[in-house]
Design a protein around this ligand. Structure first.
Ligand code: GNR
Ligand code: NI
Length: 167
């Protein structure tokens, strides 16, 4: 098991488009384990491989209060979306920043799990938000890109300043 370092916005590598996973093997299963450990330790409710500088279509999510409903989504796709909800989002790659983002209220998702089985499920509320947030990461998109350019620039300066202090 290993904790993986998380990239912080504004890091250009967060804008990399992830490649599909061709074979779900022990390497992928180990990455899923390490990503889950990293997500729980953070703590966060989701983590995309992009955030740990692995540009493959792999996501882990657990929005349960008891941290007992881990889902690994490999090559996930949103088949259907309905409605709209406004949710205050945060991101492990944008620490300390919380802003409202509009997302679909309901989604139907298809993915493979870590055993290579195709799974399909419906999500609403926070799980639906999280799925959309994580799939955006795989396409190189960070939630702050939904905000005004003014807000994006303020967030960039704030995080750049913070990085200068801690490095
Ligand atoms: O931990 C997280 N919480 C969260 C809260 C509201 C909307 C989205 C999220 S995802 C985030 C973890 C993360 O950065 N995943 O990419
Ligand atoms: Ni995120």
């Amino acid at each position: 098991m290993a904790l993986l370092p998380i990239l912080h916005y504004p890091d250009a590598r967060l804008h990399t488009k992830a490649q599909s996973v061709a074979v779900i093997d022990d390497r992928v299963r180990q990455l899923v384990k390490d990503m889950a450990e990293t997500m729980y330790a953070a703590p966060g409710v989701g983590l995309a491989a992009t955030q740990v500088n692995v540009h493959e279509r792999i996501v882990v999510i657990d929005v349960s209060e008891t941290k007992s409903e881990l889902r690994a989504l490999i090559n996930p796709v949103i088949l259907e979306r309905r409605g709209e909800q406004l949710c205050e989002e945060g991101c492990l790659s944008v620490p300390g920043i919380y802003e409202d983002v509009s997302r679909a209220e309901w989604v139907r998702v298809r993915a493979s799990n870590e055993n290579g089985e195709v799974i399909e499920f419906e999500a609403e509320g926070l799980l639906a938000v999280c799925v959309q947030h994580e799939l955006d990461h795989l396409d190189g998109k960070v939630f702050v890109e939904y905000l005004s350019l003014l807000k994006q620039n303020r967030i960039k300066s704030k995080l750049a300043k913070r990085a200068r202090i801690t490095v």
